[in-house]
Design a protein around this ligand. Sequence first.
Ligand SMILES: Cc1cc2nc3c(=O)[nH]c(=O)nc-3n(C[C@H](O)[C@H](O)[C@H](O)COP(=O)(O)OP(=O)(O)OC[C@H]3O[C@@H](n4cnc5c(N)ncnc54)[C@H](O)[C@@H]3O)c2cc1C
Length: 378
Amino acid sequence: MNFNDVHDRVASISAAFALDRSSRQVRRHLETSDFDKLRSAGLHLVGLPVDAGGLWKSVSESTRPICQMLRSLARGDSSVALVCAMHPAVLSYWLTAPAELSERSLWRHQCQDIFTSVRDGHWWGTITSEPGSGGDITQSRTSASHGEGETSYFISGQKHFGSGSGVMSFMVTTARPEGADLPEWFYIDLRNVPWDGSHGVTITSEWDGHGMIATQSHSLKFDNFPATRMAWSHSLLPVAASAGGFIGCLFTAVIVGILDEAVAEGRKILSTRELGSFERTEWIRVELDHWLVEQAFEGMLRAIESGADARCEVLKGKTIIAEISESALTRVCRILGGSSLGRRSPFGFWLNDVRALGFLRPPWPLAFETLEALLELD
Ligand SMILES: Cc1cc2nc3c(=O)[nH]c(=O)nc-3n(C[C@H](O)[C@H](O)[C@H](O)COP(=O)(O)OP(=O)(O)OC[C@H]3O[C@@H](n4cnc5c(N)ncnc54)[C@H](O)[C@@H]3O)c2cc1C
């Protein structure tokens, strides 16, 4: 199995999803059968190293092909694509860790456990965000008390935005061990865990987004729920630094895929109409925006492929694409007319879906704070 084979299969699944768009876009939940199909296509293997039977090679070699898959998938279903993006995003914490860690048996065993779970077809997601943290992972108020084993803990706290809740087997999160200066990374096993509070997990609110409405990005409260600490301690910021550029590209790929589809569909509709000067001018602007998004995304990927620290380029690109996608979709809706505001048209859904990018980590305020700091270093 290689990236091209998996991409082709994912693209044909996405094309089938697109045929069912009108019912998918109003859906407020995920269907397990979609993830079964994507697993059969081999998409889960993007988070498994080549020498363990997967597709992952390195950030510089694997980012582009994984982004191509997510971009194609997003054309058929935005929510499924965003949830799937979380899988390689969080597995990259282990995949991009320093090679020296493999000298430690605890680390080797943890990697083996995680990679076995992926090979077995389990999906990984994340429920790191906490209300009021502004997307800043250092602000976690979730506590972690030590259990019996070196990496065994019990976490308690309120989390939200757990995209893929109920479909993902394992979720990565953060919590602060007693007395620690900074939170640590943990993962939790949510297989067959009820959300009624009887086993330490309570659903406090179901995801009710205006966009990405089927992502099941629920809010969950944890009470002494078992969690495994990443076997690389004090790694909160190094993990975020080494994986950050990669994750930014994944999220952006989903939004670029939505824009690709919206522009293609818009072009098709407009080709059947006689356009006035407003529509013609605005459509040229849409085409320019789409071109600009393509260039910015290409710039992000090339920065990653250079092997140098690409965080600044990736964050610039993610932020620019978040802004342009929103304005491009707004223009498309204006050109197409009032029906685009109706729920029978796909465009209003896409407009709200692309709005997610600016809120995904780092959300707007944190993105601009980070850019300020990174640009001063330039
Ligand atoms: C579609 C979608 C999917 C997502 N999926 C995931 C996911 O799978 N996993 C995940 O971990 N995250 C996910 N996120 C969350 C995302 O990564 C960000 O962490 C989140 O959007 C940041 O929230 P915020 O800054 O907008 O809001 P908040 O954290 O609520 O903060 C907003 C601002 O208000 C301030 N503020 C808010 N409440 C208070 C308060 N009570 N007191 C004082 N100040 C306050 C904050 O400091 C901040 O400046 C997702 C987000 C979206 C939109």
